[in-house]
Design a protein around this ligand. Sequence first.
Ligand code: MN
Length: 250
Amino acid sequence: MTTTAASASAALIEDLVDANRILATQNIFDAFGHVSARHDGDPQRFVLSRNLAPGRVAAADLLDFAVESGEPMAADPPPLYLERHIHSEIYKARPEVMAVVHHHSPAVLPFAIARGARLQPVCHMAGFLGGAGQGESPPLFEIRDHAGPASDLLVRNRALGAALAQRLGAGRIVLMRGHGATVVAESLRVAVYRAIYAELNARLILQALPLGPLQALSAEEADATRLTNEAQVARPWALWREQSRRATPA
Ligand code: MN
């Protein structure tokens, strides 16, 4: 690996670079969106890239940030993501969360736009969208409730990050009205998995809707399928990593 300003383990740094490249090659990220991991040597830190399109992130671009403030540990940092407080405030509110993905993926967005739309789990690969901790479908964060009617919709400070974390609650994904979504997990690889399959599940709903009434997974099915699939995350990870390294050589 190349050198990095972040002090996490080499294994975590490598996975976080791959996570950036994977989410870009899987079209969850475009030029925007970001993924972070909680520091594996200090739970009061997390690791996130400097302000860069995720498909271009390399180890040298990763920085340590303080969970408490959402600010970088290094003095004189490069330009940073405007929405880094999404990450810091979720790590603060949820000690078990080890990774956060914030994105604007194209099939998920309609569910953060249409009033009353529900991103229910309709496919066994996306049971994490329902069941324990999540309810029948993910909550929607309305930034107007916190930033007023004239904001730029960005979660650009600690207070807005805390409000988003509160809306996420004990869940795994929160939709953000007119903006995108934020996904969390107890591991980086599972967070990537959830971001990719939330997008697939959203596409399936949009494709199934003209055919007839939706049949969502029950809460029990959602829990059972989540446990089965997420225990197998090594398989898709290896494939996605290979595809992303081929698409975006270091
Ligand atoms: Mn955003």
